[in-house]
Write a protein that binds this ligand. Structure first.
Ligand SMILES: NC(=O)c1ccc[n+]([C@@H]2O[C@H](COP(=O)([O-])OP(=O)(O)OC[C@H]3O[C@@H](n4cnc5c(N)ncnc54)[C@H](OP(=O)(O)O)[C@@H]3O)[C@@H](O)[C@H]2O)c1
Length: 351
């Protein structure tokens, strides 16, 4: 297959009020260095993080201009002379923080986010270090595999990174976004009880189908943390996937079990939380900031996805590369369920 010299790509040129700095245009197809791999990207998916980078609200390192988005899947089409792990035709997924290989996060690794510091996946071809990609699960299509880099790995890290989830534990997931639905699926596969919250009657059916044991509407039941605790017989929940921030942390503290872990992952409801660290003492729990996960964790997650034949929840509306800005708006409006997928196909002779 001939590799073209130029490609179509979405670049974030800086920060602005909305998405005015997200621009579609031509870029060069990068060349592989000795230890690099060239991936023909077939699909990408969006994360809330991608929506707030151009808006200047992302709290982790960025550099501009940068090709947008962290999540992508595709096939290896060229390898550098020193690459031993990959060959042409291998199906792969991007690793979010290219420098986070195993063990704890480091300051250096936190500065290697794809689509933030390192050029991302909203393009046709990308070069990554040979340790910056992971084998795609055999049971997944490219669009499904392209949802794993950020949301899925973050959930995996929340459930296994500090203390491993065990059968019979209770996991509480908030809302029906990408992170939460992966956590629901991983928790089910591990034999845990799942309490899911949502603001929407229609979306209740989705979490029910995925096997949530209990569903709470956080708009109707403002004291859902207390309700969740009651559902456990009073002991509380072992793991909480905290994505709301200021809107949810107080309730999470009401729901958490002694020695339970609240993974502080997101701030969809805002950053000014009405809770303090002292609450970790009074509730005898751990609140742990999580920043995606390592390559080692991603490889474990891929194995679990294959063994349990887990299929990511991908919203029924799939966009093309040219339509990526519409995909950003669609996810911003929060009408989506699970992941918003983008197929990287454009009408060009070499595709
Ligand atoms: N720390 C990390 O490494 C990491 C990694 C990935 C994501 N994140 C963060 O995690 C959060 C979720 O990411 P995502 O990609 O899953 O987002 P997403 O797909 O855009 O999630 C949107 C859904 O979240 C729910 N939601 C919105 N506001 C909420 C609130 N106040 N309380 C509870 N649920 C609420 C809604 O579900 P319903 O419509 O069902 O109510 C909404 O549809 C974001 O803040 C993101 O930046 C962090």
């Amino acid at each position: 297959m001939a590799i073209p010299s130029t490609q179509k790509q979405w670049t974030v040129t800086g920060t602005g009020k909305e998405l005015e700095t997200l621009q579609y245009g031509d870029g060069e197809v990068p060349k592989v260095g000795d230890s690099d791999v060239l991936v023909k990207l077939h699909a990408a998916s969006l994360n809330y993080r991608d929506l707030i980078i151009p808006r200047g609200k992302y709290p982790f390192p960025t550099k501009f201009p940068v090709v947008a988005a962290s999540d992508g899947a595709g096939e290896v089409v060229d390898v550098g002379s020193k690459v031993t792990k990959w060959k042409k035709g291998d199906r792969v997924v991007t690793l979010f923080n290219q420098g986070h290989q195993y063990g704890p996060m480091s300051i250096e690794a936190a500065g290697t986010g794809v689509g933030g510091v390192v050029d991302g996946t909203l393009r046709q071809y990308g070069v990554f270090g040979e340790n910056g990609i992971v084998r795609a699960p055999k049971n997944l299509s490219y669009v499904e595999a392209a949802t794993l880099s950020c949301a899925a790995l973050t959930s995996w890290n929340a459930l296994y990174g500090l203390k491993a989830l065990r059968p019979g534990d209770t996991v509480l997931v908030q809302g029906t976004g990408g992170v939460s639905l992966f956590a629901l699926q991983f928790a089910k596969a591990a034999g845990a009880t799942v309490i899911a919250t949502t603001s929407s009657k229609e979306k209740e059916e989705i979490v029910r189908k995925l096997g949530a044991h209990h569903i709470l509407n956080y708009k109707e039941d403002e004291n859902w943390g207390e309700t969740a605790r009651k559902l456990t017989g009073g002991a509380g929940v072992d793991f909480i996937i905290e994505v709301g921030g200021s809107g949810t942390l107080q309730q999470s503290l009401k729901a958490i079990k002694y020695e339970g872990i609240i993974s502080i992952i997101g701030f969809l409801g805002g950053v000014k939380a009405q809770a303090s660290l002292i609450d970790c003492l009074t509730n005898i729990c751990t609140a742990r900031g999580v920043y995606v996960g390592s390559r080692q964790q991603m490889e474990d997650m891929v194995a679990a996805i294959e063994v349990n034949d887990i299929h990511p929840v991908v919203d029924s509306k799939i966009f093309t590369l040219e339509q990526a800005k519409e995909a950003y708006d669609y996810q911003w409006a929060q009408g989506h369920v699970g992941k918003v997928g983008i197929e990287i196909k454009i009408a060009r002779a070499e595709n």
